[in-house]
Design a protein around this ligand. Structure first.
Ligand code: PEP
Ligand code: MN
Length: 337
């Protein structure tokens, strides 16, 4: 249930109300304020807010689903993120985020940034903290990588999307991140998500490869339960019985999200397919079905990449993808940004 209370509801009164709901329902209760209302959210319960709070209540929403705040049943207007030059979720635009899997060197990053700038794009992605499945593999350059990203941001005036894997990394990541990425493996990391509710930057929440869409939406609600709105969902492939591709890109998920949730959704075909030859066709398919963006890995020399070598596009392939995405975006009434 979500209740909207009048913005004039005092803090003391709100605390009493929250305490009362908690006492009566034995459920956790979340609340946040904005200019026009106080939002109170909690699970399904036999509870009549009007009886209890009368005059303070503006509106009540009941749900059959286990996710509420991110649901279109709550608010049909899509969340549009407009943040320091970034625009995601507007029907008119589709975002292309590109960059290598990981920051490896200044020279590597210079070459990728030049491609992004030459095409009038805005967002560079690259990881500095890489939690790999093998503890013996390259784990990212860490702080040294953050320093290189800072240089790139200043030199090319780009927005930076980079991943935080552990709460202890957040201060370092926030020195450079315009968009903070929560990786697929962290989708269920409550502590990390709770920390992300407190940051101003937009958060890309990647779908865990074993998460059902309902579970994905529930984790988005967790971010939204403290009032965070600027969340970008990312479909990056799920694990199925198929082993010929690294994961199985679930394009149906994009359609489902567009119909049921009010958050923007982008698609990462690189991690989904796992091999470079699948990335261009899948990115084009995602664009054609109206995704709010695509995120693609590209590297000046993929064969020498320290991580995800097989799936990264060369810069020539990335240029080809950009050229091919533009008319597709136009066909679905969007511009590539
Ligand atoms: C990434 O985007 O850098 C990444 C590691 O992807 P995922 O979390 O989807 O595996
Ligand atoms: Mn990668």
């Amino acid at each position: 249930m979500i209740i909207h209370l009048k913005p004039s509801t005092s803090d003391i009164k709100l605390q009493t109300i929250l305490g009362r709901i908690q006492y009566d329902t034995s459920l956790p209760v979340y609340s946040f304020r904005n200019d026009s209302k106080v939002v109170v959210a909690f699970g399904t319960a036999d509870f009549n807010p009007i009886e209890m709070f009368g005059d303070d209540v503006i509106e009540i929403f009941n749900f059959d689903t286990q996710y509420q705040l991110c649901s279109k049943e709550y608010d049909t207007a899509p969340v549009v993120i407009s943040d320091g030059g970034l625009e995601v979720g507007s029907p008119a635009g589709s975002l292309l985020i590109c960059g290598p899997c990981a920051v490896e060197s200044r020279e590597q990053m210079d070459r990728v940034c030049q491609l992004i700038v030459n095409n009038g794009l805005k967002v560079l992605r690259a990881g500095c903290f890489k939690p790999r499945t093998s503890i013996y593999s390259f784990q990212g350059l860490g702080k040294k990588g953050i320093d290189i990203l800072k240089e790139m941001r200043d030199k090319y005036s780009l927005l930076i999307a980079t991943e935080v894997c552990e709460p202890s990394q957040i201060d370092e990541v926030l020195q450079v991140a315009d968009i903070v990425q929560v990786g697929a493996k962290s989708m269920y990391d409550y502590e990390l998500l709770r920390l992300c509710t407190q940051i101003d930057q937009p958060v890309i929440l990647k779908r865990h490869y074993a998460a059902r869409l309902e579970e994905f939406a529930q984790m988005a609600d967790m971010l939204m339960s403290k009032g965070k709105q600027n969340i970008i969902l990312c479909e990056r492939g799920i694990r199925t019985f198929e082993t010929a591709t690294r994961f199985t890109l679930d394009l149906g998920a994009v359609v489902w999200i567009k119909n049921h949730l009010r958050l923007p959704v982008i698609v990462d075909p690189s991690h989904a397919f796992g091999m470079e030859y699948g990335v261009i066709p899948l990115a084009k398919a995602a664009m054609a079905l109206g995704a709010d963006g695509v995120m693609v890995e590209a590297h000046p020399e993929p064969e020498r990449a320290m991580s995800d070598s097989k799936q990264q596009l060369t810069l020539e392939q990335m240029q080809r993808l950009i050229n091919e995405l533009k008319p597709i975006a136009k066909a679905v009434n969007k511009t590539l940004v």
